[in-house]
Design a protein around this ligand. Structure first.
Ligand code: ADP
Length: 490
């Protein structure tokens, strides 16, 4: 092994970022460029594949320049990516046939509805661990094959490549057409038990297998790239949320993390067993390390930090997201106010897509600070509902919650999370856990790190929030939140 650094490429929905890490897991250099969302019509979202590639390549070169390193200094490249976003390109020329269809795009919702009406929901659920929703790649790929002239025939002749963003970047970096287990498990076409593309699901979706990438372990030398001027192995591909779980060193079954961004993503490591949820959570592959494949349960809060943006941008109640904690801290509680920010319906465990948001418990005494506090608490209450579902699905209590993401900086929110869950909440020193996870997985493949024990040693706590509420306070809070949710569901 040569090289003193690992280069992580973190291709997200709003930006492409590149971060260089040293062997201590410390950030040596970072570069970032925004990427432009394209909205061809209401509810549709696309990205320009060439822009994804160019921004990602440029940030990598910029990070290397900033740190003054050459390819020889880099032991491996790891890639973490926005998941489910779907691309199709020409195998020979590398030319994209269409813009990337972004995970948020709803254009295939009617197709999902049709598949449900055909009674296929449970088949997809059992095989893939996912729900039949337009988020996932399978119906997006079918849409591309249907709407681009001659695409299905060309795909069947092996002339085209389908890929999620990891595969696209790998193809541009190395010329190989492959993906990893964590990304494959988000396509609605991959059997997570047998770990193969599922012939029956492909048949239902009308996808020729010739278009699909080879599926490899997450931590694996996929090939070398000469893009940066000398050969560097590309040694991990991993979906962003699974990367964050790995970056949090959540290696033991039961280990869980919550990422507080625009939405929240809660993942629990369930070890080598795929746990099927009774609460509508997703079952997904966390990662493949050599022959060992580990699974996770996943739940998401649709409106997390976004409720704070709403207070700022639509209500003008706070000047910035950061100041929400200061304002909320001027009152000891919410004075009976609860906000259920069901702006786009409610996800697990309710799955009420038609629910809309409400504010309950308003009295003449309720002021701005109570509302801000109730908004922050709503992020924690929604996350706590997911934690309870996971505990019930696995039969094991979560003992500690690891946290990251922009809103995890909010101490009041983190304290409330600990209080209502009655477990400690642990914030690490490194909040760039997505990039770090990709770096760890790449570094393991080239022996930059000796093993997971070494990575566990690198992880450092910044702050731990211990529960302060007594049983009665918790019961009162959880009950009142439950009542507010029931009203939102009416
Ligand atoms: P994403 O990756 O989804 O773009 P980030 O991890 O950057 O999100 O987090 C940004 C979100 O977190 C925004 O919705 C913002 O309102 C919220 N946020 C950022 N800082 C705070 C804070 N100190 N308190 C509460 N919410 C915050």
């Amino acid at each position: 092994m040569s090289g003193r650094y690992v280069l992580a490429l973190d291709q997200g929905t709003t930006s492409s970022r590149s971060i260089l890490f040293d062997v201590g897991g410390r950030i040596v250099a970072t570069a970032q460029r925004e990427i432009r969302p394209i909205y061809p019509q209401a509810g549709w979202v696309e990205h320009d594949p060439v822009e994804i590639w160019n921004t990602q390549r440029d940030t990598a070169m910029e990070a290397m320049d900033l740190a003054g390193v050459v390819p020889n200094d880099i032991a491996a490249v790891g890639i973490a990516n926005q998941r489910e976003t779907t691309l199709l390109w020409d195998r020979r020329t590398g030319e994209p046939l269409h813009n990337a269809i972004v995970w948020q795009c709803r254009r295939t919702a009617p197709l999902c509805e049709q598949l449900r009406a055909d009674g296929l929901e449970s088949l997809f659920r059992e095989r893939t661990g996912l729900v039949l929703d337009a988020y996932f790649s399978g119906t997006k790929l079918r849409w591309l094959l249907e709407h681009i002239d001659g695409a299905r025939e060309r795909a069947a002749r092996g002339e085209l490549c389908f890929g999620t963003v990891d595969s696209w970047l790998l193809y541009r970096l190395t010329g190989h057409h492959a993906t990893d287990l964590s990304n494959a498990s988000r396509t609605l076409m991959f059997n997570i038990h047998d770990r193969v593309w599922d012939p029956e699901l492909l048949d239902i979706l009308g996808i020729p297998s010739e278009v699909l990438p080879e599926v490899c372990p997450t931590s694996h030398v996929y090939g070398n790239t000469a893009t940066f001027g000398g050969d560097i192995p590309v040694a991990s591909l991993v979906g962003d949320q699974q990367a964050a779980l790995f970056g949090q060193a959540a290696f033991t079954p039961g280990d869980s993390k919550n990422t507080y961004g625009t939405g929240c993503f809660l993942l629990m490591n369930t070890g080598t067993t795929p746990v099927m949820s009774r609460h509508g959570l997703l079952t997904t592959i966390a990662w493949g390390l050599g022959d060992r494949v580990e699974y996770a349960l996943e739940g998401s809060v649709f409106v997390g930090g976004a409720v704070i943006q709403w207070l700022r941008d639509e209500l003008g109640l706070i000047p910035s997201a950061g100041e929400s904690a200061t304002i909320a801290a001027t009152v000891p509680d919410t004075h009976g106010v609860y906000i259920v920010p069901a702006f786009v319906g409610l996800g697990a465990p309710h799955w009420a897509m038609k629910a809309s948001g409400i504010i309950t418990g308003l009295t003449r005494g309720a002021n701005r600070a109570h509302i801000v506090r109730a908004a922050l608490e709503s992020i924690a209450y929604q996350s706590a509902d997911l934690v309870r579902c996971m505990a019930s699905d696995t039969g094991a209590a979560i003992r500690l919650l690891r946290v990251d993401g922009g809103a995890a900086a909010n101490n009041l929110l983190m304290q409330h999370q600990a209080d209502i869950l009655d477990i400690p909440v642990s914030r690490g020193k490194i909040l760039e856990t997505t990039a770090l996870g990709a770096a760890y997985l790449a570094g393991l493949a080239v022996d930059f790190w000796s093993g997971q024990e070494a990575l566990r040693d690198i992880w450092r706590e910044d702050r731990r929030f211990v529960p302060k509420w007594d049983e009665k306070q918790r019961e009162t809070g959880v009950k009142a939140w439950g009542e507010a949710v029931r009203k939102a569901l009416l």
